[in-house]
Design a protein around this ligand. Structure first.
Ligand code: APR
Length: 245
């Protein structure tokens, strides 16, 4: 339903986040100069082939990242908190899709979150595929609490694997009036293609919030560049003021 200006009265909102939103919480991104892929070759730690070749190396990589995530100095920042506030106050449908495997959105209070690249604090059985909460190291000796057999792997989506929740994500993108992308370089598919899917409907508002223009920059109708802790709360305030008008 729309008002006399043609705007949806209860606009449907989809937010996509990437590593940039968690950087000011102390979690490195992937492709910045100090990012993870500048330190480690992703082919060695983030593919099914790497896990088959050297599972200990892959487990060590994710165990180290999990320890960082659980260390006392990591906490959600003002951008995560602003998105939880946005969800709480939003009058229409709301979905937060994150490429991040950290749990900082949940810690900030977000409820409707889909982790399309999995979750660092979960482990999956390589045999029965059951997913379990796993807030500790995964070792080669661990077996699945459900079937008692399978070795465990991180519940993360590696390069070459299919992202999670794609059906629900596609439906939300097809129905959304406003699409907001935060802290992602727009280089990894299918997430990089979400803005193009939304752009098929020309009246959709498409907002990029990022430190710098992303690869998909040209497909957005609106851009705010700067650190997430500054630009996300400001954008959320303006958006909520707009829908309350
Ligand atoms: N505020 C906002 N944006 C920031 C900030 C910040 N403080 N710091 C960095 N950025 C931006 C960078 O400019 C960059 O465009 O965040 C983006 C991070 O890009 P990537 O490192 O490529 O992270 P992301 O887009 O989430 O990567 C996608 O790639 O390796 C995989 O699975 C991994 O989910 C990840 C996927």
């Amino acid at each position: 339903m729309t008002d006399h200006t043609g705007r949806a009265k209860r606009p449907s909102l989809v937010v996509l986040t990437g590593a940039g939103i968690s950087r000011e919480s102390g979690i490195p991104t992937f492709r910045d100069a100090d990012g993870l892929w500048a330190q480690v070759d992703l082919e060695d730690v983030a593919t099914p082939e790497a896990f088959a070749r050297d599972p200990e190396r892959v487990l060590d990589f994710y165990n180290a990242r999990r320890r960082v995530l659980l260390s006392s100095d990591i906490a959600p920042n003002a951008a995560h908190v602003a998105l939880a506030r946005l969800e709480e106050s939003w009058p229409g449908d709301f979905l937060l899709i994150t490429q991040n495997i950290d749990d900082l959105h949940e810690r900030a209070g977000s409820k409707r979150v889909l982790h399309m690249h999995g979750e660092l604090l979960k482990a999956r059985c390589t045999l029965c595929e059951e997913v379990h909460p796993w807030p500790k190291d995964i070792t080669l000796a661990d077996t699945c609490p459900a079937c008692g057999r399978g070795p465990m792997r991180p519940h993360v989506v590696w390069f070459g694997e299919i992202p999670l929740h794609m059906e629900e994500i596609t439906q939300a993108l097809q129905a959304c009036d406003i699409f907001v992308s935060i802290g992602t370089s727009g280089t990894v598919w299918p997430a990089a293609g979400f803005v193009a899917e939304v752009a098929h409907r020309p009246h959709t508002r498409r907002v990029e919030l990022n430190l710098e223009p992303s690869e998909q920059n040209a497909l957005f109708t609106e851009h705010h560049h700067g650190p997430a802790t500054r630009i996300v709360p400001a954008f959320v305030d303006a958006l909520l003021a707009d829908v309350r008008e």
